[in-house]
Design a protein around this ligand. Structure first.
Ligand SMILES: Nc1ncnc2c1ncn2[C@@H]1O[C@H](COP(=O)(O)OP(=O)(O)O)[C@@H](O)[C@H]1O
Ligand SMILES: [Mg+2]
Length: 340
């Protein structure tokens, strides 16, 4: 059993207009020590998916279904479905098994406490074996590459740069000794050099601690360098998943191909996703069938009968090549691969 296995996770928001299918039938698994990248344009449901893993979204208005099977380790009761857990067990999962770092460290750090105390508090809550949490906090600051950690620990968040604050957030997440670190666009707010440093740090933590990481990003370029596997989301669904090299070399779904074409070349100008006509539908506009079909140029070459299938039937995520799955009724990448 993998460390985490998500099966048919669906998340709906209760709104005045009824239930909105924000995340639909999402399935993926995460192995111990693996870095999985969750990629997709803004608004496709990446954050909602990640927050559901430890049930961080307020319920109601959120309606969750499916299974989030998590191996909590023998000392915490082994495998459980997070969606079925009571409050107490849930508190142990949050932080203890799954820790989060978000885009804006300034939102998660408390401005009135010294950073060392904030990290020490996380350690105190989750690691009964540590005798001196503050000393451990200093050690964690050192591990995330903060120079002069003993003095830095006594500073307040506002005395630090954005990059430093993000390192503090990572130290705080590590303070809980989680088996899974969810990094939700951890570098989007930072400038390019600092971005690279933070991503390097995540990679070395993964390697040194054998920690599993879910890295959320809208940038496939970042993913190529870091992740083991990629899951591409579009309009609340995973539409393709594969090992990173395989996905980038042989994308099957037309949306994935477009995302790859839109990756900015180093030194080149930033390409927006203008390689695809139209825009991402919002959850109240999701159709019954494939949510990409209105934008899919490949669909133009299909017969009317085939296009009706695209519009009416949601394509299932199917393994089309070993360990490479795609949700498309008429996968163009696959046809191209076969002809070659
Ligand atoms: N609390 C909420 N109530 C209603 N809709 C929400 C809420 N949070 C997010 N959404 C909607 O869910 C969709 C997915 O959002 P999100 O997961 O944040 O996207 P991403 O992280 O991929 O940019 C968006 O359409 C967003 O407007
Ligand atoms: Mg997000």
């Amino acid at each position: 059993m993998p460390l985490l296995e998500v099966k048919n996770l669906s998340v709906q928001f209760r709104t005045d207009g009824g239930l909105q299918p924000t995340v639909t039938d999402v399935s993926f698994s995460l192995e111990r020590g693996e870095m999985l990248a969750l990629v997709g344009e803004s608004g496709c449901g990446k954050s909602v998916t990640c927050m559901s893993l430890a049930r961080l979204l307020p319920e109601p208005p959120v309606v969750l279904s499916g299974e989030v099977l998590l191996d909590r380790g023998p000392e915490h009761g082994g495998v459980a479905d997070v969606l079925q857990l009571g409050e107490r067990a849930l508190r142990q999962v949050r932080g203890g098994c799954i820790s989060y770092i978000f885009q804006e460290p300034s939102v998660s750090l408390n401005p009135v406490f010294r950073v060392g105390d904030q990290i020490a508090e996380a350690v105190r809550l989750h690691r009964k074996d540590v005798s001196d949490p503050f000393e451990e906090a200093v050690e964690l600051l050192r591990q995330v590459g903060i120079p002069d950690p003993a003095n830095r620990a006594k500073q307040y968040p506002h005395e630090m740069s954005g990059g430093m604050q993000q390192r503090v957030m990572i130290a705080m997440a590590l303070g809980c000794a989680p088996s899974i670190l969810v990094a939700d666009e951890p570098t989007t707010a930072l400038d390019v050099t600092i971005q690279a440093q933070i991503l390097d740090l995540l990679l070395s933590l993964k390697k040194d601690r054998g920690m599993a990481v879910i890295l959320v990003t809208h940038n496939l370029g970042i993913v190529a360098e870091l992740a083991d596997r990629v899951a591409v989301m579009y309009a609340g669904r995973i539409i393709e998943t594969a090992p990173v090299a395989e996905l980038i070399a042989h994308p099957i779904h037309p949306y994935t191909s477009a995302l790859i074409r839109a990756v900015p070349v180093l030194g080149g100008e930033h390409n927006r996703l203008n390689t695809i006509r139209g825009t991402v539908p919002s959850p109240d506009k999701f159709g019954r069938g494939c949510r990409f079909c209105d934008r899919c140029e490949y669909a133009d070459s299909l017969s009317e009968e085939q296009r009706r299938l695209c519009r009416e039937e949601p394509p299932r995520l199917r393994e089309l090549v070993p360990s490479h799955a795609c949700a498309c009724h008429f996968p163009p990448g696959l046809t191209a691969g076969k002809e070659a």
